[in-house]
Design a protein. Sequence first.
Length: 91
Amino acid sequence: MAVNAVRASWREKVVTETIKNSKPQPSRTQLIKRAAALVPALRERAIKTEELRRIPDETIADLKDAGLWRILRPECYGGYITDFGAMVDVS
């Protein structure tokens, strides 16, 4: 019984947080435009990325700000309602 109560409260929290954090869903075209807008910055950081052997923090922040981390994240966790094809188009 206690396990079911924990599951129920967890579901309520996820739903509540999702509703609080929900924003309009961008279209596939909007996501592609956001990704295209990052290309100049990514080109500038290409050498730095190779030298660091990881993605620079600035690039991670840019991807997050553009909402691109949310493409394949489940909707219940604040992700967009997109499919794998949208991710391929954006990449």
